[in-house]
Design a protein around this ligand. Structure first.
Ligand SMILES: Nc1ncnc2c1ncn2[C@@H]1O[C@H](COP(=O)(O)OP(=O)(O)OP(=O)(O)O)[C@@H](O)[C@H]1O
Ligand SMILES: [Mg+2]
Length: 400
């Protein structure tokens, strides 16, 4: 029987995943993962294909028996490997939308969405209201009597979303629910989901490998790699202060400069790092850690670079008396037009850089330019900073 712990509801996260591992024979799909999901939070699992996102979702839903650890929903243990507890999926009060959206082909759109309510013996008039509201939220109200087989993939996905929402589960698990939608509908559905979560206070765990989607939707993001958590944080933290090379590289484009620290203790925590051909200033948030005594990795996002090709078209970097400005010379090696901006590749003496510039001021391939960036926008990590072990990655619920 599930045991009840002494936790008051206000302190109680909607879901707790503690030291969970799931092995399939020798495959370690998920390895010692710990995180909480706060009530009303939209938490995203972000990571490359095969990193264990679906396995975690299926474990929370009760579709997988975990190898180690435990999973609680509110104060009830749903899975515990040590105590051999495994509550059946239908008893977990969890809704789930899968990558393959699995709607019933022999039912109409209305009946698909109404089905879970009928199973729970909800009164007919209430079913009518909740189904219409669910279909309205996903913009499918005009399709209510259409057979489910006569829908596009994206429409079927929206029906699956409406069906999972009408149950108002205590946790809604969404595993790449927008993967079959076109770019415009995807953006629309993203804001629907976010609005819906704000209005209803529904707790959601969302899975994606699309970092833009994760940034746009999430209260917090868990970045995963090879079955372990690399970092947990609000979107700005994960993007601006990645804790490992993997996170920096996976969440958006980034430039790396490997180097060694050659000077410390400058004004406002500025240090200098030799990269071989250049000495770059970097404003450090904290102290130089012992792990940075050997090699370090400097990182900067492409949109933080300004490029002066001598034409006078480039905006100059605003000089900030608190932070030095670095400038390096490089030649344009590639130029990709992306509509509202251009992506440029640069070759320096011993480095490559990617920059993102407004289309109007992009220099051409072969041109030489001065690339400037503030010491404040450089981020420093010990070289080889790998995954933060799950025990250290504080995945606790943020303060209300
Ligand atoms: N039933 C299974 N038997 C054996 N290995 C499995 C099984 N299910 C998943 N795996 C393996 O576990 C790892 C994690 O799979 P999972 O489906 O959780 O990844 P994912 O992060 O959801 O990937 P994707 O983004 O491609 O959906 C993968 O290496 C996968 O091959
Ligand atoms: Mg998956």
């Amino acid at each position: 029987m599930p045991k009840t712990q002494q936790v008051t509801p206000s302190e109680c996260p909607a879901a707790r995943v503690r030291g969970v591992s799931k092995f399939y024979g020798s495959v370690r799909a998920v390895n010692d993962v710990t995180f909480d999901v706060a009530s009303g939070e939209l938490l995203t699992l972000l990571g490359p294909s095969g990193c264990g996102k679906t396995t975690i979702m299926r474990s929370i839903a009760g579709l997988e028996r975990i190898t180690r650890g435990e999973i609680l929903l509110r104060d009830r243990v749903m899975s515990s490997a040590a105590e051999r507890i495994h509550v059946a999926p239908e008893k977990r009060d969890v809704g789930m939308v899968f990558q393959s959206y699995a709607i019933w082909p022999h039912m109409s759109v209305f009946e698909n969405v109404a089905y879970p309510l009928r199973c729970r013996k909800v009164a007919k008039p209430e079913i009518e209201v909740r189904v219409r509201e669910g279909l309205r939220l996903v913009e499918m109200e005009d399709f209510h009597d259409r057979p489910a087989t006569m829908l596009s993939g994206g429409q079927q996905q929206r029906v699956a979303l409406a069906r999972s929402m009408v149950m108002q589960p205590s946790v809604l698990l969404l595993d790449e629910p927008l993967c079959n939608l076109d770019a415009k509908l995807r953006a629309q559905m993203r804001s629907h989901i976010k609005d819906l979560q704000r209005k209803t206070g529904l707790t959601m765990v969302y899975v994606t490998h699309d970092q833009v989607e994760a940034m746009a939707l999430s209260d917090r993001i868990i970045v995963m790699n090879r079955g372990v958590i690399e970092q947990v944080g609000v979107p700005e933290e994960v993007y601006e202060r990645p804790q490992s090379e993997f996170v920096a590289d996976f969440v958006g484009a980034i430039n790396f400069f490997p180097g060694t620290i050659v000077e410390e203790g400058g004004v406002n925590g500025t240090i200098r790092v030799s990269t071989g051909s250049e000495v770059l200033a970097c404003t450090l948030d904290g102290r130089v850690s012992p792990a940075m005594r050997d090699r370090v990795l400097l990182m900067i996002r492409p949109e933080k670079l300004t490029v002066d090709d001598g034409s006078g078209r480039a905006p100059t970097l605003l000089h900030d008396s608190d932070a030095p400005v670095n400038s390096v010379r490089a030649r344009v090696s590639s130029h990709t037009y992306c509509g509202d901006h251009c992506e440029l590749g640069f070759e320096g003496r011993d480095f490559h850089l990617k920059a993102m510039l407004p289309s109007a001021i992009s220099p051409a391939v072969g041109q030489e330019a001065v690339i400037a960036f503030s010491a404040r926008d450089l981020h420093l990590l010990p070289a080889g900073a790998g995954a933060v072990r799950c025990g250290q990655a504080t995945a606790s619920v943020p303060e209300a």
